[in-house]
Design a protein around this ligand. Structure first.
Ligand code: C2E
Ligand code: MN
Ligand code: MN
Length: 407
């Protein structure tokens, strides 16, 4: 099957322009061997390449390209299939956009086309090509610094090892994971994540309960979350708790129960963020809305958890606007390499900005992910890069520190 891959990347400043021709000649030998053709554009800073060929071969060449040390910020823009090659000439010509004047440049590029039909713009690949030639998307290229330009230094000043006694011998416990503003060096919230007493996952805990007890167990468990949080010290922090949406709907007086336990533990409702996932909500949205009205009237905030991972994301958002959206890890991971994820995140951010909804990126594991997200305008993060959840305690936070500030 003929597959198409498009990426863009950034040439390192210290690579001499002269060496590009040689680079291309070398690459072409390999491309030819694997039956991969295409076109390579260079605009003085960025490369844009369209690769066409057998699927396996295109993947193999792209992997090599990603490893190449002469460029960085390699972002895959498109992967698709086509009936015929658009640029089928043997070898991949390097097309230097800076050598042409603006009005003729696009035409000159298209002259390289080999398709038997005239190349037309109802083709996504050619739309990408045009956008690059016209620098249409350039403001969305975030040039993140190299990996290694930040160091992550664990700060133990707020670390607490509560030990099992903190959980008071219940049949479950909680781990706490900070949500942070890395550049302000600030913990903004602690999220309470349910555990078995030995530290087993939420799934493990809920799986051993009879189905009909789950909602009640979920809600009532929050009593311990509040008590543990109180003992850990919540000054200046919010506490984020997770609830199945139906725990708020199915358990009578759920919100009253939460309020009573919040006060009993010396906390205030304004400190509590209730996180719910989209799952289940949409099927009983009216009852869910009633519960949310109560939550909000009492002063608690609402966060939609795992945003983007469910099926009802935008529909739910059209009905209910939460205070915060937590973007699911599936959209965050390797965002610095993925054009589609970048475009989706930018749309989510634009939407949240218009609606004054704050945004947290979840599950950040790589410095490059964090740097891309910061450039995109996200300031609050949760993830193993900064801190893993700590059973019965608060973990140390690894704050980013810029290395070589003059470089
Ligand atoms: P969640 O609310 O999205 O919580 C974040 C989950 O992602 C946690 O998993 C956390 O350990 C994990 N995580 C955080 N940073 C990273 C990262 O950088 N990489 C990766 N791979 N994972 C990361 P955990 O603790 O296993 O919780 C799973 C889910 O269980 C939670 O997802 C939440 O939806 C649910 N849950 C936790 N506590 C409760 C609860 O008390 N009630 C209910 N109903 N659900 C809960
Ligand atoms: Mn959560
Ligand atoms: Mn989540």
């Amino acid at each position: 099957m003929l597959s198409t891959l498009i990426y863009r990347s950034h040439l390192y400043d210290d690579v001499p322009m002269k060496s590009l021709k040689e680079l291309v000649n070398k690459a072409n030998k390999f491309n030819e061997l694997l039956g991969v053709t295409g076109i390579l554009l260079f605009n003085g800073t960025h490369f844009f390449q369209l690769l066409e060929g057998p699927e396996e071969a295109v993947s193999q060449i792209y992997d090599r390209i990603c490893e190449d040390k002469r460029h960085h910020n390699v972002v895959q823009l498109m992967r698709d299939y086509a009936p015929a090659r658009r640029f089928g000439n043997a070898g991949m010509e390097l097309f230097d956009l800076t050598k042409y004047d603006r009005p003729s440049v696009l035409e000159a590029v298209l002259d390289k086309g080999t398709s038997k039909y005239q190349l037309t713009y109802d083709d996504r690949a050619l739309q990408f090509l045009r956008s690059f030639v016209e620098s249409k998307e350039r403001e969305n290229y975030f040039e993140i610094p190299l990996d290694g330009s930040w160091d992550f230094i664990p700060d133990t000043s707020r670390e607490i090892d509560g030990g099992p006694a903190l959980a008071r011998q219940e049949a479950f416990s909680f781990a706490f994971q900070p949500i942070i503003d890395p550049l302000a060096l600030e913990i903004v919230s602690l999220e309470a994540l349910i555990r078995t007493p030995e530290g087993g996952s939420p799934h493990e805990y809920f799986a051993q309960l009879p189905q009909e007890d789950i909602y009640e167990a979920d809600l009532k468990a929050k009593k311990l979350a509040f008590a543990m949080a109180k003992n850990l010290g919540m000054e200046g922090l919010t506490l984020s708790i997770n609830l199945l949406p139906m725990s708020l709907v199915m358990v009578p007086n759920a919100v009253e129960f939460l309020l009573q336990e919040i006060h009993a533990n010396g906390l205030v409702p304004e400190q509590i963020v209730v996180e719910v996932t989209e799952n289940e909500v949409i099927s009983r949205i009216d009852e869910f809305e009633t519960a949310i009205r109560q939550l909000k009237s009492a002063g608690m905030s609402l966060a939609i958890d795992d945003f983007g991972a469910g099926s009802a994301g935008l529909l739910l958002l059209a009905r209910i606007q939460p205070d915060t959206i937590k973007i699911d890890r599936s959209l965050i991971s390797d965002v610095h390499k993925s054009g589609p994820k970048q475009a989706i995140l930018q749309a989510i951010l634009k939407c949240c900005s218009a609606l004054e909804i704050s945004v947290i990126a979840e599950g950040v594991e790589k410095p490059e992910e964090w740097m891309w997200l910061e450039s995109a305008g996200i300031f609050n993060f949760q993830g193993f890069l900064f801190a893993r959840p700590r059973l019965n305690g608060i973990p140390a936070v690894a704050w980013p520190e810029k290395l070589n500030p003059l470089g």
